[in-house]
Ligand binder design. Structure first.
Ligand code: FES
Length: 182
C-alpha cells in the first residue's frame, strides 16, 4: 500500500523542486530588473576627518584620487555637473564614493572610454562610468552612484567631503547596504 502511494506521488517531488527554483529565479530577476534603488538625500554617519588631497590637484573632469576611509577603499572624482553630495570648487564638482560594489563586494573602477564600456559591459553611454569587473554592474558617477546596469541593486555608498584650508577631507560615510547575495 505504501509503495503504491509512493509511486502515485513521486512525480510531485521534482515538480515541487522545479517550481521552487523558478520562483527563486523569478524573484531574483524582478529585483535586478525593477527594484534598483534610486539614491536619495545622503545619510552620512560622521567620522573622523581625513585629508584626501589638495583642492587644486585636479585638472580635468573624471580625474580621480583613491583613498581609504574608515578601512573602506574609496575615491573622489572631479565631475562636470553636480550631484546630491558634491562640493563645488571653482567650476568643478567633486563627489566621493566607496569602491566596494554593492552586489558582492568586488572593487569597482572608473572606466573613461565609452567604447570600452560598450564592448566589455554591454552598456552604451557617452561618458565615463564606474564599473565592476566581477559581474559587470555599471554605476553612474553623475547620478549619485546609482546602478545603470547589472546585477547590483543598490547605489554605491557616498562619502562626505569638505574643504578645510587648502585640502579636501572626507568626514563621513553612508552605511553600506547588505550585500545582495544572488
Ligand atoms: S560584485 Fe560587482 S557586480 Fe557582482
Amino acid at each position: 500500500m505504501h509503495r503504491r502511494k509512493f509511486l502515485e506521488l513521486w512525480w510531485t517531488v521534482p515538480v515541487t523542486i522545479t517550481f521552487g527554483i523558478m520562483g527563486v529565479l523569478g524573484y531574483r530577476a524582478k529585483k535586478i530588473t525593477f527594484d534598483k534603488e534610486i539614491p536619495g538625500e545622503p545619510k552620512f554617519i560622521s567620522k573622523t576627518a581625513k585629508r584626501i588631497t589638495k583642492v587644486d590637484y585636479f585638472r580635468n573632469d573624471y580625474e580621480i584620487v583613491d583613498f581609504i576611509y574608515e578601512g573602506i577603499p574609496s575615491f573622489i572624482i572631479c565631475l562636470p555637473e553636480r550631484t546630491k553630495t558634491s562640493i563645488k570648487i571653482g567650476q568643478k564638482y567633486y563627489t566621493a564614493y566607496s569602491r566596494v560594489c554593492t552586489h558582492h563586494g568586488c572593487l569597482v573602477e572608473l572606466i573613461k572610454d565609452p567604447e570600452v564600456i560598450a564592448f566589455a559591459y554591454n552598456y552604451r553611454n557617452d561618458r565615463p562610468m564606474i564599473c565592476c569587473p566581477c559581474h559587470y554592474s555599471v554605476f553612474d558617477p553623475v547620478k549619485d552612484g546609482r546602478v545603470a546596469l547589472g546585477q547590483a541593486i543598490y547605489p554605491l555608498p557616498r562619502i562626505k567631503i569638505e574643504v578645510i584650508g587648502k585640502f579636501i577631507y572626507s568626514s563621513g560615510i553612508e552605511k553600506a547596504p547588505k550585500l545582495f547575495a544572488t
